[in-house]
Design a protein around this ligand. Sequence first.
Ligand SMILES: [Zn+2]
Ligand SMILES: [Zn+2]
Length: 456
Amino acid sequence: MIPNIIKTEMLLYQLGFKGGFVVQIDVSNFHGACSCGRSHEIFVKEILVEENALKKLPEKLSRIYTGAYADISVICDTNTYQAAGEAVEKLLPGCNMIILPAKDLHADNHGVALAEKGLKISPNTKLIIAVGSGTVHDISRYLSKNYGLNFVSVPTAASVDGFVSTVSAMTWNGLKKTMPGVSPELVIADTNIFSKAPYRLTASGISDLLGKYTALTDWEISHMVTGEYICHRVCELEMTALKEVCSCIEDLRGSLEEEKTLKAYERLMYALLLSGIAMQMIGNSRPASGAEHHISHLWEMEVINGPLDAYHGEKVSIGLMIVVHTYHKIKNAIKNGICKVIPYKGMEFEVLQETFGKKELYEGILEENTPDPLALVDSDKLNSQLPSIAGVLDKLPSESELLKLLSAAGCKKEMKEISLEEKLLPITIRLAPYVRNRLTFLRLSKLFKIKNETGD
Ligand SMILES: [Zn+2]
Ligand SMILES: [Zn+2]
């Protein structure tokens, strides 16, 4: 029988499926010393992705937890309670169920306070199980870290790549922040559960993964320009996840009665988890989040737009299209010799104050941008690197290729699909790089002047 488990103790990660190996990745060389000069650590001990995996929860749990079920708090929302929480409650009789209202639930101060209230009812909690998608996971991993508790993940949708993340993606006092968190020790992903999630969530997971195209481009260019640390093998791992999702898009749209559709869901979930493992290896989201994610974060901060009814991945794929369009445009200008490097004028304090200031986020944005990542860039050197940068940008898929992929997967592609006015595009491109202290090519483009183009 082909093992369907990813185990760090085995130091061998295998992506195995009943229908035969689709992809097999031996990452034994990733754990520990690496050619990038660092030693990578992986915290998740076991990942199970298969049909009826949930039934194995008590057995798998017993390997990492010996306490009473009464000391386990299960965090879910009103939707995921129905999808899987109820089943978990039956499997772990006496556990403390914390059911959050699904409507308007976000990974923010309010969401955390609601879950914390539930934790207080069971003060002896030793372990938290997150049963849900991204939001429930971020709230749970944040609380696990805060209270020093062990953490287990039961994803109910293949909607994000952050299930095994070691940090919590939160909106804290209005600012998008990466806060401390813990990795789950165990992930139980039941195909019968996550394949039945609303397809919109699945499409959001595909979108989140396709965003790696620009995330990896940003990392590579930043490494080239500033010497920022990079691990090429982790990049390869992300590329594998990316290729894996591209090859299963067609099958994901099939009937859930068909074996090949279920296998496609498993491949998507594996790809999402692989991307998460890549982040664990680096210790932050650099391999998985670049300018496309910064656009998504900017819109989530609601400083240029109102509240949006859109999932994380949906904003990421729209951001991806904006970034890919911009990057190809600059690449062509470089090739045509009409892109030149101009002296850095410093941060755009006025527009930052005007927009972020409205929500009292100006100070927070200044703090995030200290030190200014563009201050590290040597403009003469950058000028000489333009041809190599164009070479990196050449590896990006074309806009039409990406549109084809996103359309085939039923993903969001344009701002208007999430009720964002097209006129917000220039300010989005201008402000998004400021939401994170991370150099992206979009931020670097503030140092470029394209001939015949007015403004920045
Ligand atoms: Zn490495
Ligand atoms: Zn993401």
